[in-house]
Design a protein around this ligand. Structure first.
Ligand code: 3HC
Length: 312
């Protein structure tokens, strides 16, 4: 359908590489797409603290505990930056939180898989934050100013997240036979769910075409997934670990790895709410919201008192 003159002028700005700022005119679809993507990105950061938070009190050394604590705190900050970016689009953090808690909004599928032991914490940093970096680096160039700027800050911290995870799993891959077995088992369980993080294949992706036209999405899902595989396989080889994909092989002509796609029926089940941990994660977030009610009410009452006192 034909663009209106305003939509045409907006698309010209996008094609020119302009940054769109909160007070600029934008098509309603652009606004809604950003609220959906930034809001779900923020939810991913907040829910993403749960799998790792579970291991802060169980870390093998004080140093590992301090590193994991710092990382989980960073994720909370990433959530705040992203909720603030979403608020510039006219939606409140409370509304976004409500839509997470009642299931109307999503968070990244990966966090619906359990972290069963310490090797998983290494695999999460290595693979999950590795995939997140792959996806977030291009987003520093996304057309919406507040989102692009939030990404710059987040990407700086993500590289530490990935390095510490890789270092933790390297220690086990170079450790006792039992530790090596645990590192291999963690790779076996997190490999395909990490590939799913990039979203459905391009032919299945309902939003990609429009998001690419608006430069909300800079690369397609499959492009980033391929980049992740090409970068991660050598890292697994360096550790002496085997990627759980019998059809993985280097394709000289393409200069890339050929690899097996994840089980997309599993992916769609997980994002429908039927993954291994969806119920736990949603219960934990709902409990946190309910438990924090008295704090929010106290702060609001205090703020109200200060306002009325100031007026008196
Ligand atoms: N988990 C959950 N839902 C997913 C998903 C995933 N891994 N991949 C796709 N989906 C959903 C989409 O949200 C969409 O559903 P919706 O219409 O209800 O939102 C549907 O599946 C179709 O997928 P599309 O590819 O058409 O959707 P998008 O164009 O939005 O692409 C995306 C999906 C690539 C995840 C994109 O939204 C994106 O780049 N988001 C920003 C990055 C992000 O959210 N990363 C989370 C990673 S975890 C993290 O950052 C924490 C880190 O610190 C560890």
């Amino acid at each position: 359908d034909e663009m209106t003159p305003e939509e045409r002028a907006f698309q010209d700005r996008i094609d020119r590489g302009d940054k769109i700022e909160p007070k600029d005119w934008m098509p309603e679809g652009y606004r809604q797409t950003l609220i959906r993507q930034i809001g779900q990105h923020a939810h991913s950061e907040i829910v993403g603290q749960l799998p790792e938070g579970n291991w802060i009190t169980r870390a093998p050394t004080l140093e590992r505990k301090a590193i994991l604590l710092a990382k989980v705190q960073d994720e909370a900050g990433h959530g705040l930056y992203l909720y603030c970016a979403a608020e510039t689009l006219g939606v409140s953090r409370d509304e976004l939180t409500e839509m997470l808690l009642d299931g109307r909004m999503k968070y990244s599928s990966i966090f619906n898989y359990p972290t069963l032991n310490w090797a998983d914490i290494g695999a999460v940093g290595w693979l999950v934050d590795g995939a997140a970096i792959m996806n977030q680096v291009p987003l520093q160039r996304t057309s919406y100013g507040p989102y692009a700027r939030a990404m710059v800050r987040i990407c700086k911290e993500e590289s530490f997240h990935q390095r510490q995870g890789y270092d933790a799993i390297r220690k086990m891959a170079e450790g006792t036979p039992e530790q090596r077995r645990m590192a291999q088992d963690a790779l076996n369980r997190f490999w395909y769910p990490s590939l799913m993080m990039f979203g459905p294949s391009d032919k299945e992706s309902i939003h990609s075409a429009q998001s690419m036209a608006w430069k909300i999405k800079i690369n397609t899902n499959d492009e980033l997934r391929q980049k992740f595989v090409d970068q991660t396989v050598p890292q697994a080889e360096y550790l002496g670990l085997t990627v759980p994909d019998p059809d993985l092989k280097w394709n000289e002509d393409r200069g890339q790895f050929d690899f097996s796609e994840p089980d997309w029926s599993e992916f769609f089940e997980v994002i429908k709410g039927n993954g291994p941990c969806n119920t736990d994660r949603m219960a934990a977030r709902n409990k946190a919201w309910d438990d924090g009610k008295w704090v929010r009410e106290g702060l609001l009452a205090h703020g109200e008192k200060k306002r009325t006192r100031a007026k008196a």
